[in-house]
Design a protein. Structure first.
Length: 225
């Protein structure tokens, strides 16, 4: 599916979010500026076209791994981040080709709800992160709020985005999938509880938009899970 919409993906993200997706990534990586002088090894997981990875370059990483299962998205990522430190890897989130404790920072931007097996993927992320390594998530989470603002946005998200997104991308279903994937995902509180069960400590949760888009900062616990 992502291969089929790769050519229009970035443009539609900007249009449909009002360029807010750019701001959310900038703010998220801005919280990690203390890594600038540490030459971290960074993994942009479910990297897609590389928008988060491009922000990660501001941390002056020693290596940036852009990991995804979509070859067409990774082709765009390679062009967008035209640097020898950007290592393109085709891999599943539940089967990462890295040694234990190899990564300093792992980020997932609007991709974790697409993981086929969230439990196994979180286990893998924890395995490859160094002790106290950072796990950064930016995502749409299911909301339980039912006030007027949420109802209006839900209408936009359920009706307008799929219609406009499918039309502009040439897909018949990709942007219907967007709504369905969020509606079937966990709430941010459920996600944070799951991170705790998987051996992470949640350090900060930032509400970016209407209890719907959140940034979650977590660290891998240094003790065995």
């Amino acid at each position: 599916m992502f291969d089929s919409i790769s050519s229009s993906y970035d443009r539609l993200n900007r249009i449909l979010s009002g360029f807010q997706d750019v701001r959310w990534r900038k703010q998220a990586v801005g919280m990690l500026q203390h890594y600038k002088n540490k030459k971290p090894v960074v993994m942009d997981l479910a990297s897609g076209s590389g928008d988060l990875g491009k922000e990660f370059l501001k941390l002056r990483p020693r290596l940036l791994y852009s990991v995804d299962i979509s070859e067409e998205m990774l082709k765009i990522c390679r062009k967008k981040i035209n640097s020898e430190i950007n290592k393109i890897i085709i891999a599943e989130s539940s089967d990462l080709p890295f040694e234990n404790e190899h990564i300093d920072i792992c980020g997932v931007s609007f991709g974790i709800r697409n993981f086929c097996n969230l439990d196994d993927s979180l286990d893998e992320i924890r395995r490859v992160l160094k002790p106290r390594g950072v796990f950064l998530t930016i995502e749409f989470f299911k909301t339980e709020n039912i006030n007027l603002k949420h109802r209006l946005f839900n209408l936009y998200f359920k009706k307008i985005i799929p219609s406009l997104g499918n039309k502009l991308s040439g897909s018949t279903y990709a942007y219907n999938y967007l709504f369905d994937s969020v509606n079937e995902f966990v709430t941010v509180n459920e996600y944070c509880r799951l991170l705790g069960e998987k051996g992470f400590s949640v350090r900060k949760v930032k509400n970016n938009f209407l209890d719907f888009v959140y940034t979650v900062y977590a660290e891998k616990n240094s003790f065995a899970c």
